[in-house]
Design a protein around this ligand. Structure first.
Ligand code: AMP
Ligand code: ZN
Length: 500
């Protein structure tokens, strides 16, 4: 029996608004598409949170036995300034300002994005397609939508006819927006003259003479609209209907609503079974965003080099901080919360490095009550993760497990059978490292740290022998300041303890 049969996944589907039992289209396989970054700037911590949420989903689905094809794109064309249908391309604008080729901008920020993903231990997707690599497919689907009478060409641009679509399907099915209200309230743009209704959106835009990024098409030189790239890349690699489509909550409308409309009109069926939206990282209750000036770069967070930060935090501390809340809740950034996360992660990290070195001694006085408790904890890790990927509740169970490890460490013996111990150890290590992606970080009881502290202990012994008490005290005090307490034992022996 596969783990996904034993612990069936329930997930909140934004399309239906309820938590549903997850059933993949092809048993045992999952196709998941997530909107990737627009690579015109450094990724901030908010972006990282979204990609972390889907990293957890793909990691857990794989862990419980699914074969997952995870597609996350790179938006390198078509996303216009202001997220609307006209104006400059975000990448083209940056290229103009920096006097670089658009593809130099794309390369620089894609590289940065990958570095940040690696720092946070966010695994690469199975396929990372780019919008510029799929211009032909975007032109083809646009042609198809024109042939179907659901899109129209005006002056070299092609627009999707939302009203027409809504006669056969439901525009607003995902976001709950009402088409009449949208037609009234839409923004007045220059391209309004070309559109039949304000609510129509661009599939292809004619390039003005100064527009840098341009391709030939049946309608003249131009570039694709923002929404069509995701429709093309998701269905190309995952099929006309696939299991999960994810992205940040802010993409629900119009981006995802338009994706549904395009794919449904082109293929006659809805593209996605489960829509999953992760919530925003906020600062003092406001969405973290580059334009509001309240964003942090991950590198600023690691170094502590930012006016809003008291000090730096390690990537795994930040990852832990984010996993303490459910992906569908907002998460507010604060120094206090990060300090608390640092302590919490340290405890889990220490017990992780301790238990990894342990084997069962084969003999133990067995306490059946403890065994029962541990088997419950193991089951609860899976139950919580299968319950809409609840990392916060899973961490709470891992803390109970960490306390048990500390009890064993203090007693210097185990009180459970080998089979229970092995299950417990496997679950703790796998939940930490494989599912939550919380890598062991130096600072735990690892060998390198132990070796380094022993060098200092020997130097301190030498200082004492030399009657250099000032130096001996300094070594002790400096170690204490970073949370390592030296203990003088019998016969001049010294040991150390890491404070939690
Ligand atoms: P972009 O590069 O602007 O297309 O955004 C990349 C991803 O980051 C999208 O899925 C956004 O929804 C997401 N995102 C942007 N700001 C935040 C934030 N403050 N918190 C969480 N996710 C965000
Ligand atoms: Zn997208």
């Amino acid at each position: 029996m596969k783990l996904f049969e034993k612990y069936p996944v329930q997930l909140s589907n934004s399309l239906t608004g309820v938590k549903e039992k997850f059933e993949s289209i092809t048993p045992g396989f999952v196709g998941m598409y997530v909107c990737g970054p627009t690579v015109y700037n450094y990724v901030h911590l908010g972006n990282a949170r979204t990609f972390l949420s889907f990293d957890i989903i793909s990691r857990y689905l794989r862990f419980i036995g699914y074969k997952v094809r995870y597609v996350r794109n790179i938006t390198d064309v078509g996303h216009l300034v202001g997220d609307v249908d006209e104006g400059e391309d975000k990448i083209g604008k940056k290229a103009r300002l920096e006097q670089l080729e658009p593809m130099e901008i794309v390369m620089r920020y894609t590289e940065d994005f990958h570095t940040v993903m690696r720092q946070f231990n966010i695994l690469p997707p199975s396929i990372e397609p780019s919008a510029t690599g799929h211009i032909v497919e975007q032109i083809n689907i646009t042609k198809k939508l024109i042939d179907l009478g659901i899109a129209y060409e005006v002056n070299g641009s092609v627009y999707f006819d939302v009203k027409k679509y809504n006669q056969s399907y439901h525009y607003g099915i995902l976001s709950g927006r009402n088409i009449e209200e949208l037609m009234e309230s839409g923004r007045d743009l220059d391209s309004q003259d070309e559109k039949r209704e304000k609510i129509d959106f661009a599939l292809w835009k004619k390039a003005s003479p100064e527009h840098i990024m341009r391709w030939p098409s049946p309608w003249g030189e131009g570039f694709p609209g923002w929404h069509i790239e995701c429709t093309v890349m998701s269905t190309k690699y995952l099929g006309e209907t696939f299991d999960i489509h994810g992205g940040g909550m802010d993409l629900k409308f119009p981006h995802h609503e338009c994706e549904i409309a395009q794919a449904t009109a082109a293929n006659g069926k809805p593209p996605v079974r489960y829509w999953v939206h992760s919530n925003m990282l906020t600062v003092n209750g406001q969405k973290m965003s580059k334009s509001l000036g309240n964003s942090f770069l991950p590198s600023e967070l690691f170094s502590g080099n930012h006016k809003l930060l008291e000090k730096g935090y390690s990537p795994m501390t930040v990852r832990f901080f984010m996993l303490q809340s459910h992906y569908s809740s907002t998460l507010d950034f604060s120094n206090e919360a990060l300090n608390a996360a640092e302590k919490g992660f340290k405890k889990l990290n220490n017990t992780l490095s301790i238990i990894k070195t342990w084997g069962h001694p084969k003999t133990a006085t067995i306490n059946t009550e403890v065994e029962k408790n541990l088997l419950n904890q193991i089951g609860n890790c899976f139950k919580n993760m299968s319950d809409d990927f609840n990392t916060a509740k899973t961490l709470a169970v891992l803390f109970e497990m960490a306390s048990q490890i500390n009890i064993w460490a203090a007693a210097k013996q185990l009180n459970v059978s080998e089979s229970v111990f092995e299950k417990f150890k496997f679950t703790y290590v796998a939940m930490m490292e494989e599912v939550l992606g919380l890598k062991e970080e130096a600072g735990g009881n690892n060998e390198l740290l132990a070796g380094t502290v022993n060098v200092l202990i020997n130097l301190r012994k030498k200082a004492r022998t030399d009657k250099n008490f000032a130096l001996s005290d300094k070594i002790r005090d400096d170690l204490k300041a970073i949370g390592i307490q030296l203990k003088d034992g019998k016969d001049g022996e010294m040991s150390y303890e890491i404070e939690n």
